[in-house]
Design a protein around this ligand. Structure first.
Ligand SMILES: [Zn+2]
Length: 229
């Protein structure tokens, strides 16, 4: 077995990469600030398995945030393109992890009650590291925590969500959507049923709207219009 490590620190790559940004929503152009290339080979002259991992320090050209990208490929994973050329499949990992198209609440998260903030951040992490069962359970736990914080009444989550409509915390339409997320969490917890990233991202989006309406906007309004009668 041989391993070659080729640091190329301080050498900007000649190409830009389209990568999901932690702050901007969606994929943005990133420049590569530094690369460390690691190549390895195992086997003998009859058969060998080769692999390559590039460790990259990358920077978003929009918001300037710096993060870390690892791109891996090996001699077993390839396909032929339409012109008959061999293309090696690459797997990409990004740190800190991020979710396609999800921006999160950013600094507004600090306006949430402490318990809700903790469950929200853990749910966001579960989604970004591709653990859909935990993410769905987290979304359900978030709704439960909101119910507790707003002193919802009822013996189970179904009744508690409905009681938030009676308390005028939620609209009837909002409650219908939360019931859908509640059942999503039920299926994840009891049937270990994973949901698609798209379903969970949408559910997260809805819960973020709820958190904004119920906690964040009232706090912002309170501080901005404090002196008005
Ligand atoms: Zn960015």
């Amino acid at each position: 077995m041989s391993i070659k490590i080729l640091p190329k620190l301080g050498q900007p790559a000649d190409t830009e990469q389209l990568v999901e940004c932690t702050k901007c929503s969606g994929k943005t152009s990133h420049s590569v600030l530094a690369i460390v290339d690691v190549r390895g080979s195992e086997g003998d002259h009859r058969y060998s398995f080769d692999w390559h991992t590039a460790h990259q320090l990358i920077q978003c050209l929009g918001c300037k945030t710096i993060s870390y990208r690892v791109v891996s490929s090996n001699s077993e994973g390839y396909y032929q393109d339409e012109n008959g050329n061999t293309v090696y499949e690459e797997s990409e990992k990004l740190y800190p992890p991020r979710i396609a198209g999800v921006k999160g609440l950013g600094d507004e998260v600090f306006l949430l009650p402490q318990k809700i903030r903790q469950v929200y951040e853990e749910t966001l992490t579960a989604l970004s590291v591709n653990t859909p069962v935990l993410a769905a359970i987290g979304l359900r736990a978030l709704i439960e925590t909101v119910c507790k914080e707003k002193e919802a009444e009822g013996g189970d989550l179904f009744r508690k969500i409905d009681s938030l409509v009676e308390k005028r915390v939620l609209t009837p339409v909002g409650a219908t959507i939360l019931h859908k997320i509640r059942t999503l969490g039920n299926a994840a917890a009891h049937e270990v049923k994973p949901h698609s990233e798209k379903q969970l991202s949408l559910a997260l989006n809805i819960v973020e709207h709820l958190l904004k309406d119920v906690f964040i906007l009232p706090k912002q309004a309170e501080s901005e219009f404090a002196d008005d009668a």
